[in-house]
Design a protein around this ligand. Structure first.
Ligand code: COI
Length: 354
């Protein structure tokens, strides 16, 4: 059966807000561009439009609010040196939101609506893309259940909204992490690999406690043994140990990060040994004692490549080597930024011109 094509009507904003704003200097995720895509589906019938960014009218009974049937994505748009808008790996985000949706019993989003809507939205608000190094137009699709019913069952109606906001670095400084022994983020068979809203809500208390103790985020450990490193909630994590870059394997409890995948691809292409496997916290402590723990960094869309400065492991505080000595993270940060802004070749076909 031929894929259905959808026409996406555009209602332009009559009050553009860009004039006088410095998109290179805004706090993360608080200022939204002029337009948004809003698509709805009811029992298989989709419709989509682009409208001025603003409030959505909905009832307090919608099931997403009660039972968390809601998934989201994070991606970014950049500008080439010639000023063309560029998207980084949008198809990977499209496929991931539909995998997340499937896990939460939600219908798949048609590719046309997601990709064509995204292209039109970015074209319309291209002037909102900041160009300062390290900045981008962050794109946030959110897809949620809208049945006005508090019976627990999959909804029959859903809304997809895609909004964008100019952003700078998510972490202004190298990150300090701590473990949270009394909490878990995910469990085998759970929703840890989905970008489900509830995963993030469930991490907030542990994160707040970490912040009270002077750390930026929690370094999550596995839910069964509480021994193996998983991810950070805002990003996947990597460690360079004795010339090998290791990262936790994807086994259903961590987010299959698109930046994670880009990092692995680049490292393998550069001939740097990489391992996707279980990493015990004890292994990090032993490597630190042996002097072989060279680097630790996070990888995520918002975080990009974020140096990890400190890891508090319960009774010890690991201090990682100085940022200037971090060969892998610094190389990756530069190479990814150059690919995303078309300053270098893109042999992987990651960049999509809008
Ligand atoms: C992203 O990196 O895009 C995310 O969704 C993480 C979020 C905590 C900002």
């Amino acid at each position: 059966m031929a894929a259905q094509t959808y026409s996406i009507e555009i209602e332009q904003s009559s009050e553009p807000r860009l004039r006088g704003l410095d998109v290179n200097n805004v706090p993360f995720g608080k200022l939204f561009s002029d337009h948004m895509l809003v698509a709805t589906v009811e029992r298989g019938t989709w419709s989509a439009k682009i409208v001025p960014y603003g409030k959505l009218e909905m009832s307090p009974s919608i099931s997403a609010l009660h039972y968390g049937q809601s998934v989201f994505e994070g991606m970014k748009a950049y500008k080439s040196p010639q000023g063309e808008p560029l998207l980084f790996r949008p198809h990977a985000n499209f496929h991931r939101i539909n995998r997340s949706a499937e896990r939460l019993c939600m219908p798949p989003i048609p590719e046309d609506i997601f990709m064509e809507g995204l292209q039109q939205l970015i074209r319309l608000d291209a002037d909102w893309i900041p160009t300062r190094p390290g900045s981008a137009l962050y794109i946030r699709p959110v897809y949620f259940a809208t049945d006005e019913s508090i019976g627990l069952r999959p909804s029959e109606r859903y809304t997809l909204a895609i909004m964008t906001c100019p952003v700078g670095a998510y972490y202004a400084e190298p990150v300090k992490l701590t473990i949270a022994p009394q909490y878990v983020r995910a469990f085998p068979g759970g929703t840890g690999a989905a970008k489900a809203a509830g995963n993030y809500a469930g991490s907030l208390l542990a994160d707040r406690e970490a912040k009270h103790r002077g750390y930026d985020n929690v370094l999550w450990l596995d839910g069964i043994h509480h021994k193996y490193i998983e991810e950070c909630g805002t990003m996947n994590v990597f460690f360079a140990i004795d010339g090998v870059v290791v990262t936790p394997a994807l086994q259903g409890t961590i987010l299959p990060g698109i930046t994670r995948d880009s990092v692995l691809t680049l490292l393998r292409d550069w001939g740097i040994p990489v391992e996707e496997r279980a990493i015990a916290l004890d292994e990090l402590l032993e490597a630190a004692d042996a002097g072989t723990l060279q680097e630790a960094f996070g990888a995520g869309t918002a975080a990009t490549i974020a140096h990890i400065d400190t890891i508090h492991t319960g009774d010890r505080e690991l201090q990682l080597p100085p940022i200037g000595d971090r060969k892998y993270a610094n190389l990756l940060l530069k190479k990814l930024a150059d690919i995303k802004t078309a300053k270098t070749d893109d042999p992987y076909g990651w960049v999509v011109r809008v």
